[in-house]
Design a protein around this ligand. Structure first.
Ligand SMILES: Nc1ncnc2c1ncn2[C@@H]1O[C@H](COP(=O)(O)OP(=O)(O)O)[C@@H](O)[C@H]1O
Ligand SMILES: [Mg+2]
Length: 386
C-alpha cells in the first residue's frame, strides 16, 4: 500500500513513522523543503497542492489513500473537494474537524451524550480557565484567580476575534484516547498519559495498562465512542481529559491525526492507529488486539551545552531527521543527533513489559547521553502551576 501524507511537520512525521511501521510506502508533500518528515519518508515532494492541484492529483492518483497532516483550513477544504468523487479515500472528516475546531460547539455535542465536562462559569467560581473556543496548542489559555484575570483573558480572546470558553480549572493527570469511526459506528483505542513541560506543551507520552482504573477506562472509552457516533465521525479523533478526584473531565476533542500519542501506543501495545484508520477506510479494518505492554515517548533537545526535555513545538525544529534503532538505548528514535553536534533534537521511544522497566530504560538513556556526550546537566521542566 502507498499513502500520500500532506504536511511534513509534527503530524506528518507521526503519520510517516506509523505508515513505515505498518509496511506502507509513504509520499510526503510539503510546500517547505525544510519540513522534517521529508527526510524520513520514501518519496519527498516539495509542492503546495493549492498552487499546483494537477501535480498533486497526479501524486494522489498513484496512492491508495491520502491523509492530511496539517491544520490549515483552506488546505483541508481544498483536499476535501479535490478528493471527493475519486476512488482514493481521504483519511479525514472535514465536517467533524470543523465541529471539533469549536470548543463551544463540541462541548454542546458532548453534553448531549452525557460527557462529564468541567463545570461551566460562573457556577464553578475561581480558579477558572478562560480559553478561546477555536484555537489550538494552548494559545490564549489562562487561569483566572480573580475578575481582573478574567477581564484580561477575555480581552485577549476578543482581540483575536474569537469566542471564550470559561470553565472550572481542573487538576490531575492529563489523558488522551483515540477513536476511529466509519461514519456509523466507532471504536475507542488505547488510553495514554500526556506529560507537560514548562510551557504546557507535551514533552512525554506514557502508555501502560495502569493509567486509569478499570472503571475510568470503561468510561473514557464509552465517552469517545458515544461522541464519535453522535458526530458520525468518519476518520480519527482524539479526546483529551483530566482525571480529577471526582472522575474524568473532558477538555476537548480534535478530529485529525494527532502527533505523539499514536507512536507511544504502537510502542506500548502493537496497535498502529494509522494502519487501523487506513484499513477501516478501505473497508477491511485489521482490528489488531492490544498487547498489555508499556512505553514512554519523549522529546529531548541539546542546546547551549544543556540537555533538556522539550515540548513538541521545540522538537518540531528538528532538521533532516532519521529514524533509527538503539540510539542511546532507545527502542526507536526520530532525531538529527550526530556525534559532536552542538545542537540536536531527538524523540526517544522506549518500550518494555512493565511501566517500571520502561522508566528504568529512560533513566539509563539520559545517563548514557550525559556520559557519551560529556554533558553536565539535564533539565526536566514541569508546568509552573503544578
Ligand atoms: N478546564 C481546564 N482545567 C485545567 N486545565 C485546562 C482546562 N482547559 C484547558 N486546560 C489546559 O490548557 C491546555 C490547552 O487546552 P485545550 O482545551 O486542550 O485547548 P487546545 O489544546 O486546543 O489549545 C490543556 O492541555 C490543559 O493543560
Ligand atoms: Mg488540547
Amino acid at each position: 500500500m502507498r499513502l500520500a501524507i500532506v504536511g511534513g511537520a509534527l503530524q506528518g512525521m507521526e503519520a510517516t513513522y506509523l505508515a513505515k511501521k505498518a509496511g506502507i510506502e509513504t509520499v510526503v508533500l510539503d510546500r517547505r523543503d525544510t519540513a522534517p518528515a521529508l527526510s524520513i519518508c520514501d518519496e519527498p515532494v516539495v509542492l503546495n497542492p493549492l498552487e499546483d492541484p494537477s501535480e498533486a492529483r497526479r501524486v494522489f492518483d498513484s496512492c491508495d489513500a491520502v491523509i492530511p497532516a496539517c491544520e490549515e483550513l483552506d488546505l483541508l477544504e481544498g483536499l476535501d473537494s479535490m478528493m471527493s468523487g475519486t476512488d482514493v479515500p481521504l483519511l479525514f472528516d472535514l465536517e467533524s474537524y470543523r465541529l471539533s475546531c469549536s470548543k463551544n460547539r463540541s462541548n454542546e455535542v458532548m453534553q448531549s451524550v452525557g460527557v462529564p465536562l468541567p463545570k461551566p462559569w460562573p457556577e464553578c467560581g475561581f480558579p477558572a480557565i478562560v480559553k478561546p473556543s477555536s484555537q489550538s496548542g494552548s494559545i490564549g489559555v489562562t487561569v483566572a484567580m480573580n475578575q481582573q484575570d478574567v477581564d484580561r483573558g477575555l480581552e485577549f480572546i476578543r482581540s483575536i476575534g474569537d469566542e471564550p470558553v470559561m470553565q472550572e480549572f481542573v487538576h490531575g493527570k492529563s489523558v488522551s484516547i483515540e477513536v476511529i469511526g466509519n461514519g456509523e459506528t466507532a471504536r475507542s483505542y488505547v488510553t495514554t498519559e500526556v506529560v507537560l513541560d514548562t510551557n504546557y506543551d507535551c514533552k512525554m507520552v506514557r502508555c501502560n495498562p495502569n493509567i486509569l482504573s478499570e472503571e475510568d477506562e470503561t468510561e473514557f472509552r464509552r465517552v469517545g465512542k458515544d461522541v464519535a457516533e453522535r458526530m458520525g465521525l468518519k476518520a480519527l479523533m482524539d479526546v483529551e481529559a483530566i482525571l480529577t478526584p471526582k472522575g474524568l473531565r473532558v477538555l476537548e476533542i480534535d478530529a485529525r491525526i494527532p502527533s505523539q500519542t499514536p507512536a507511544a501506543i504502537l510502542q506500548g501495545t502493537g496497535v498502529n492507529l494509522l494502519e487501523e484508520l487506513m484499513t477501516t477506510a478501505l473497508g477491511r479494518p485489521v482490528n489488531r488486539e492490544a498487547v498489555r505492554g508499556s512505553s514512554v515517548y519523549r522529546h529531548l533537545v541539546f542546546k547551549d551545552g544543556v540537555l533538556r526535555s522539550s515540548g513538541e513545538k521545540e522538537f518540531g525544529k528538528v532538521r533532516n531527521p532519521v529514524i533509527s534503532q538503539g540510539l542511546f538505548g532507545s527502542e526507536e528514535s526520530i532525531s538529527d543527533y550526530e556525534p559532536g553536534k552542538r545542537e540536536w533534537r531527538a524523540t526517544l521511544m522506549h518500550s518494555g513489559a512493565t511501566e517500571e522497566e520502561v522508566d528504568e530504560k529512560c533513566r539509563l538513556s539520559i545517563e548514557r547521553i550525559l556520559d557519551e556526550c560529556s554533558i553536565d546537566e539535564f533539565v526536566d521542566g514541569v508546568p509552573e502551576m503544578v
